[in-house]
Design a protein around this ligand. Structure first.
Ligand SMILES: [Zn+2]
Length: 137
């Protein structure tokens, strides 16, 4: 019915290293980890990406599960911190089009850099902020 890899993992049709599941979400190890303990938290209900995921209790449950999994990853790996990343859209490097949160444990000098600082003029930042406020009003 679906060609979605994550829906198939959730259904058990594709094997994975699952670490957590409840009636809302499933968490399993990323097969292309950026660091030891790199885990994905995936809502059971399919949505293509975070921008169209249903609002409300879904958000609360996604982030609650994410924090639980992240704390377990810290204990399992001895990491001192973690990044939570939601890639949304192909331009943001989303590869599987099913909403998911990455938990990436972090270690001193692990070489990962989530982003580099860009030199954007203050006026451009202010212009974008004003435009965003129009869409958030
Ligand atoms: Zn799916």
């Amino acid at each position: 019915m679906t060609d979605c890899v994550f829906c198939k993992i959730i259904a058990g049709e594709i094997p994975s290293d699952k670490v957590y599941e409840d009636d809302f979400a499933v968490a399993f190890m990323d097969i292309a980890p950026a660091n030891p303990g790199h885990t994905l938290i995936v809502p059971r209900e399919h949505s293509d990406d975070f921008s169209v995921m249903p609002d409300g209790q879904s958000m609360e449950r996604l982030f609650s599960a994410t924090r639980r999994v992240a704390l377990a990853a810290l204990k399992a790996t001895g990491a001192g911190g973690f990044n939570t990343i939601i890639n949304t859209g192909k331009d943001a490097n989303q590869i599987v089009m099913h909403t998911h949160v990455h938990v990436i444990p972090r270690f001193p000098e692990d070489g990962l850099k989530p982003w580099t600082k860009k030199d954007i003029p203050k006026e451009e930042i202010a212009r974008i902020a004003a435009e965003m406020k129009k869409h958030l009003g």
